[in-house]
Design a protein around this ligand. Structure first.
Ligand code: SF4
Length: 89
């Protein structure tokens, strides 16, 4: 998983060692601080989802995002809006 910078560095990496997004830049999975045009957002999210589609720890990633109430970024191949639509928050 792309680091959000808030994970405890002493925490074992666990499923993250098998993440398909290792080495990817965070801007692929998270929106920029500035505004993002619709077409750019769609392209960024599509690229991230392509990476997630081949990820063997996708379920673990999504479970963690849901457990932590992650409100931003793509986790487990789902955007924040798609995770919210799961109605699990
Ligand atoms: S599902 Fe996507 S965001 Fe999550 S670890 Fe895999 S590649 Fe990274």
């Amino acid at each position: 998983m792309v680091s959000t910078g808030i994970r405890d560095l002493h925490e074992p990496l666990g499923w993250r060692v098998d993440a398909a997004c290792i080495g990817e830049v965070g801007v692929t999975f998270f929106p920029p601080m500035r505004s993002e045009k619709r077409a750019a957002k769609a392209a960024r999210e599509a690229h991230a989802k392509e990476i997630c589609a081949s990820c063997t720890v996708r379920d673990d990633c999504l479970d963690e995002a849901l457990a932590n109430g992650e409100r931003h970024g793509i986790w487990g191949g789902l955007t924040d809006v798609e995770r919210a639509d799961l109605d699990l928050y």
